[in-house]
Design a protein around this ligand. Structure first.
Ligand SMILES: C[S@@+](CC[C@H](N)C(=O)[O-])C[C@H]1O[C@@H](n2cnc3c(N)ncnc32)[C@H](O)[C@@H]1O
Length: 298
């Protein structure tokens, strides 16, 4: 059993290595590529290329949703991105919040912060900042953010409950979050649970969806909604590294791994943009992948 600090060191080391690779090498490490299909880092990623503010240099293919698309960001908002990587969601958020807003990315991997700062400099943005820090203990003051987003990060954090408490502290009373992350239904086999690569690849640090939603509620959030849910299929050749053929069959029958985008409000006050409008539009566009807990669709 690894300590939380040991886990964080593994995660930092892996994401330093990823930050060091250039774009092409990262793309080739995708599970679709035949020679290196043992890697799990970007089997979950959504296509960002059509999203306003998209910057290719900042997209290392490490996300598992499009939280900024669902985050109801207004012009002039202060937005924080937790585990900002090379800045992908920060630049999309900057597109929404405009020149008068402010975007802050927090990440604990020095090389990711350096890469994100480089990207911001190239874009000549003076209202996008990147700060190195641990999201279990955010380097920001209370009640300062209108919106918090995060893309595929909390699964990597040992104390997820603490992160949701921190999100509550940092949001303004009228603030809200939209977070994409990995959650589970069923129990992961021990072989996968104990593997560092599977942890850093956003699988084995994930917790059950029920527990995840419980932490959000316990932190004090209201109007909690699952804005999107999609199943994640781990390719067979990756599973073969850990499980026998028989156990792969059981795994496929009994386990659910999902990317969810979840939304919550600090004060239960609706943001100025109408959430209902956005979700109806999204249901039409996205073939009903919007659902609410308890509605029977997820
Ligand atoms: C899967 S990547 C996602 C990066 C980015 N959100 C994206 O979509 O491109 C996870 C990121 O979270 C960062 N991270 C993991 N645990 C963290 C923690 N406890 N505090 C701050 N950053 C963390 C890693 O350094 C890495 O950059």
């Amino acid at each position: 059993m690894k300590t939380p600090e040991e886990i964080k060191n593994i995660v930092r080391k892996k994401y330093s290595e990823i930050a060091d690779k250039d774009q092409l090498l990262n793309a080739a490490s995708c599970c679709g590529a035949t020679d290196v299909s043992q890697e799990v880092y970007n089997i979950m990623t959504d296509d960002y290329s059509e999203v306003g503010g998209y910057n290719q240099d900042a997209d290392l293919g490490l996300g598992c949703g499009l939280p900024t698309k669902f985050a109801l960001i207004q012009k002039g908002d202060t937005v924080i991105d937790l585990g900002s990587g090379a800045g992908n969601d920060c630049f999309v958020a900057r597109h929404e919040t405009g020149e008068k807003g402010k975007v802050l990315g927090i990440d604990f991997t020095e090389k990711m912060i350096a890469k994100a700062r480089q990207n911001a400099e190239k874009l000549n943005f003076n209202n996008v900042e990147f700060r190195q820090g641990d999201i279990e203990d955010m380097p920001v003051s209370d009640n300062m953010a209108d919106v918090i987003v995060s893309n595929c990060v909390l699964n990597l954090v040992p104390d997820k409950e603490k992160v949701f408490k921190e999100i509550f502290r940092v949001l303004k009373d009228t603030g809200h979050f939209s977070i994409s992350d990995i959650v589970l239904e069923g129990d992961l086999p021990e072989e996968l649970k104990q593997d560092a690569e599977m942890y850093a690849g956003c699988v084995s640090g994930a917790i059950k969806k029920e527990e995840y939603l419980h932490f959000i509620k316990k932190a004090g959030f209201k109007n909690i909604k699952i804005q999107k849910q999609k199943p994640i299929n781990i390719p067979k050749d990756i599973l073969e590294k850990y499980l026998s053929v028989e156990n792969i069959e059981t795994f496929n029958k009994s386990m659910g791994i999902y990317s969810i985008t979840v939304y919550g409000e600090k004060g239960g006050k609706k943001p100025k943009k109408n959430l209902a409008d956005l979700t109806v539009k999204d249901v039409r566009e996205k073939n009903s992948d919007y659902c609410e807990p308890g509605s029977g669709c997820c």
